[in-house]
Design a protein around this ligand. Structure first.
Ligand code: CP
Length: 309
């Protein structure tokens, strides 16, 4: 079994078998991470470039670390000091990178669909590291991996997703995948931050955090995406936190062994207080480690597909 497409653009395009293949491969990669020597030869002689038009700590660094652990030659383009600032287009930038014998191009862009524009125009495999409000597939895959490790599987889980659903590419990728994998997804957000059409996708739209979290196996809080809001969508941060921050009361209504997730970076005191972020139920730090294993798996599988042709 191998991945169907040259590129990884979204969870929407992946089959259940492909998602499971990535998660199974990530189990092996996590063992590599836990070993004394983290070096493998899986990407020896291959070249990886990260092209990020938006800020990132976790995604960019984990791809760069994953590339190094698998012996690839890796480079990063800082758009702030590249010819993008001389007006070079996204397509010309990507084609220039492609012509330097790049095997995998990892890109993050503020506009939804940017990696979909590039993928058919380059020979390299394109990985979507987040495109606008559309998808963040590698984040969702590391979330699925974390849920699977903690809960033994995803089918039948009740997953509550809380916060800025409207602007969240993490929420959208999780929704596509969790519903495909047979989880029940319950959403809570301020009415101005809940897009229409999610019930038609199979999610349960709840009137409050408490309703969404009731009986949950997994609670995922989302970051408020202030950078994507053209106008204020709630009266104040403190008012948002009063109604939509996770609190001890809400968590008590979930299953006693529920896990708490957040894609990061977290606004402490807004999406959840620090004591919940640091609690024994929180798996937020493990999500970060799992992100490296999952990104190793994705690059390995894309490269294996390239080798077959
Ligand atoms: N979760 C996530 O995408 O984090 P970064 O923005 O730090 O990459």
């Amino acid at each position: 079994m191998q991945l169907i497409h040259k590129d990884l653009l979204g969870i929407q395009q992946l089959t259940v078998d492909e998602i499971n293949l990535i998660l199974d491969t990530a189990e092996t990669m996590k063992m590599v991470l836990q070993a004394n020597s983290k070096r493998t030869a899986h990407l020896q002689g291959k070249s990886i470039v990260t092209l990020f038009y938006e800020n990132s700590t976790r995604t960019r660094l984990s791809f760069e670390m994953a590339s190094k652990f698998m012996s690839a030659a890796s480079a990063n383009i800082a758009t702030s000091s590249s010819s993008v600032n001389k007006g070079e287009s996204l397509v010309d930038t990507a084609r220039t990178i492609d012509m330097m014998a790049t095997d995998i191009l990892i890109m993050r862009h503020g506009e939804s669909g940017a990696p979909h524009l590039i993928a058919p125009r380059v020979k390299a495999s394109v990985i979507n590291a987040g495109d606008g409000m559309n998808e963040h597939p590698t984040q969702a895959l590391l979330d699925f991996f974390t849920m699977r490790q903690k809960k033994g599987g995803i089918k039948g889980l009740r997953v509550a997703i809380i916060g800025d659903v409207l602007h969240s590419r993490v929420a959208r990728s999780n929704l596509w995948g969790l519903i495909k994998l047979g989880a029940e997804v319950r959403l809570a957000a301020p009415p101005t931050m809940m897009p229409v059409g999610l019930a038609e996708m199979g999610a349960v739209v709840c009137p409050s955090v408490r309703d969404a979290v009731q009986g949950a196996d997994v609670i995922m809080a989302l970051r408020i995406q202030l950078e994507r809001m053209r106008t204020a969508m709630f009266p104040s941060i403190s008012e948002y936190a009063r109604f939509f921050a996770l609190d001890d009361d809400a968590i008590r209504s979930a299953k006693p062994d529920a896990i708490i997730m957040h894609p990061g970076p977290c606004n402490h005191g807004v999406e959840m207080p620090t004591h919940i972020y640091d609690s024994s139920q929180s798996v937020i730090n493990e999500q970060v480690t799992n992100g490296v294993a999952v990104r190793m798996a994705i690059m390995y599988l894309l490269q294996a597909r390239r080798n077959v042709g």
